[in-house]
Design a protein around this ligand. Structure first.
Ligand SMILES: [Zn+2]
Length: 264
């Protein structure tokens, strides 16, 4: 099998056209024609992750965040990005990234975040129709807990289910929660939409200071559980999905990548 087979399959489960216009998805480095028998899945293609792929004999890295996002003016080995690109090419490792197409696809990152928090009756938090398509997708999800829960118990559940020890809370804590919004990774900042959806709390991964300040003044409650934690949950699901389709493929999830933020 070659990289192109995997790119085509990804197009079935999370069509590339679902990606936002500003995004950068698909083949980042390498060739669709490269043979592949082992893939490494990760959130970010860091120098450590590249070494991990090479040491483990993976011919392909599939990342969530785009390895090349903004335009490169030069591949200069004296800076870390240039060094990474050269190492990938010399080691015959191809990089493919599936980002906002995977966030919004059915069964993608937002759906997985809702599942991980045991939400039921889920629907879209904010409608999203990719340019040039008539797909009815959503940025973020809204769902319900089976029963009302105290806010403190819900926070305990978030920590347990996402495997984190700390999270940040914005706004006034409701006593009980049932209607939950989720928005994986960076919240888009649309507080008016959030308010109109009447969720008890939104769980997201990244929120700007001024957005947080406005949210609190609007009477909203938001949990910032971290960008890494709200998205990394997709990797194991992606591994299972790819394994079902490509039984002969050896798929590993990065063991070296960590949340860049730590707490003291
Ligand atoms: Zn992200």
């Amino acid at each position: 099998m070659n990289v192109g087979d995997i790119i085509n399959y990804l197009n079935e489960i999370a069509p590339w056209q679902y990606a936002e216009e500003w995004d950068s998805v698909g083949l980042m480095v390498g060739s669709r024609n490269s043979n592949v028998s082992k893939i490494l899945l990760c959130m970010d293609v860091t120098s450590d992750v590249i070494s991990e792929a090479v040491e483990n004999g993976a011919q392909m890295i599939l990342s969530h965040h785009p390895f090349i996002f903004s335009k490169l003016k030069a591949i200069d080995m004296e800076n870390f990005k240039g060094e990474q690109i050269v190492k990938l090419i010399k080691s015959n490792v191809t990089v493919v990234s599936a980002h906002t197409n995977l966030d919004t696809a059915p069964g993608g990152v937002n759906d997985t975040l809702a599942e991980t928090l045991h939400l039921i009756n889920c629907h879209n938090l904010k409608p999203y129709i990719p340019k040039g398509s008539n797909c009815d997708l959503g940025m973020g999800k809204i769902g319900e807990l089976l029963d009302y829960k105290s806010f403190d118990d819900f926070v305990k559940d978030i920590k347990k289910n996402l495997g984190i020890e700390n999270l940040r809370i914005i706004g006034k804590k409701p006593e009980k929660v049932k209607n939950i919004g989720v928005f994986c990774g960076s919240f888009d900042g649309d507080l008016e939409n959030l308010k109109s959806r009447k969720v008890d709390v939104l769980v997201t991964g990244d929120i700007k200071y001024h957005t947080a300040l406005d949210a609190a003044q609007m009477g909203l409650c938001i949990v910032d559980a971290g960008h890494f934690a709200t998205e990394r949950i997709i990797l194991h699901k992606l591994k299972d999905t790819l394994n079902k389709r490509f039984k002969e493929l050896d798929i590993i999830c990065s063991k070296v990548e960590i949340d860049p933020f730590t707490f003291a």
